[in-house]
Design a protein around this ligand. Sequence first.
Ligand code: HEM
Length: 434
Amino acid sequence: MTTVTLPPGPATPRAVQAAYALTVARRGVRQMRERYGDAFTVNVPIFGRALVISDPAEIRQLFLAGPDDVDNLASNLGRVLGPGSLFALAGEAHHRQRKLLVPPFHGRRLAAYEKVVEDETVRELASWPHGRPFATLPSMMRITLNVILRAVFGAEGAEFDELRELLPRAIRLGSRLAVLPIPRVGRGRWSPWARFWAMRREYDAIVDRLITKATRDADLDGRDDILAMLVQSRHDDGSGMSRGELADQLLTLLTAGHETTATTLAWAVERLRRHPAVLRALVEEADAGGRELREATVIEVQRTRPVIDLVGRQVKAESFQLGRWTLPKGFTVLVSIDLVHDAESVFPNARAFDPYRFLDTRPDRYQWVPFGGGTRRCLGAAFANMEMNVVLHTMLRDLTLVPTRERDERWHSRGVANAPAKGGRAVVQPRTRS
Ligand code: HEM
């Protein structure tokens, strides 16, 4: 029998409460780090007992481990998005689907979406009030939803409008359900899960119509939306994706690509208003046609305000040696993104917002992990970077963002993503060029 070696952690039943806080709030993990160090064991709803790690060497080992050793957690996100979603798949099935989904996200293809992002941003900025405070998050959500809908489904149409109306509601509810245990009782007609499944049926019907249209489209080859590409894609054995798989995968892209990007953008506004020197330098850089500091800023916003707290894996082997720890089969490992980003040993003066730390160096992929890592690293990372870059550039080009001395906005959990509590409040003025 293998001896299990785990770090200490809080004892139940308090642990259940403390660990619950861990799934919804950063404060919980920071308190545990103070008490137990960079790794500890908790008891988390949904996942049970889990090891939380934040040491880059252990993170690296976890991300590089093969699917026979560790794989995806059977999280509620998979249940919410459907059995064909990348989030629900493991091992070979995941690898097979991911291979079909990678080509639409290649750098070359992404350039084609830059204009879509710029157009959506310009349209949204036109509705911003001048000279009085407002929350930018709802705007960022509209921009990223419209961008991902257009990238995924292409041209606008009746279905586009129906999805634009349905998806924000479905995603809002779905991302809350994804972090809650599925109740064994009380799943009546009006329960949140029942309401969610009803929306899901509506979504499936709309997507089914879109797939039918695509399969009959004589110009399918000439389209560069993701639906068109996936309808034509084939596995190595020549088979295509089923309608169910397509619907699950498209919902996965829409959901994963929308709120995460929008909340990061709202944090960017929140951070920049509190760092006027960086803001000034960004405006000058944008006017001069540069992008290096803007790219470094997006990296620093994600380091200091990662919108997703945790990335999880489950041990599949009989036993798995992870750095100092020996884990039994079925055990959950959670990478605390916030803790590694906040570690002084990794990022000196970690609490300071300083984009210049990334100006001439790209971050290490096991120290800077807002997109997770390994074979399950965020599929849309390059898409998200392109999008955040274009939105920020357009905003700095067309408007003056007014700095503030207000206190930092607190973190507010929206379920899957952590947003600034006041929605990334901004005051803007029309841009006057000297
Ligand atoms: C700032 C924006 C984003 C953040 C912070 C983010 C973060 C993440 C994280 C932490 C994971 C889990 C990775 C792991 O388990 O190692 C993930 C997975 C994923 N993300 Fe993103 N994401 C963002 C934007 C996007 C966009 C724009 C898309 C699509 C257009 C997308 C699609 C996906 C998909 C499909 C997966 C599942 C990958 C798999 O299991 O193979 N994400 N993302």
